[in-house]
Design a protein. Structure first.
Length: 69
């Protein structure tokens, strides 16, 4: 594991259980390439695909601002 605080499986399961609508993956290993992060996001999206209330999942980027409501 090394970086981050939770496994992809744990965080996607928790997001689904809590009816989270938008999940931003962050605290990435800085040595990961953009392609590796894209594959991580795709794995996360595949875990929630087709489930009721599917969570929108993206990877946060440095300097990105996200409006919350």
């Amino acid at each position: 594991m090394g970086w981050g605080h939770s496994t992809l499986e744990y965080v996607t399961d928790l997001a689904q259980h809590a009816d989270v609508r938008r999940l931003m993956l962050f605290h990435h290993d800085p040595n990961r390439s953009d392609g590796e992060l894209d594959r991580l996001v795709e794995r996360a999206r595949a875990r929630v695909a087709g489930k009721p209330g599917a969570t929108n999942i993206d990877a946060a980027a440095e300097g990105q601002h996200i409006e919350t409501w």
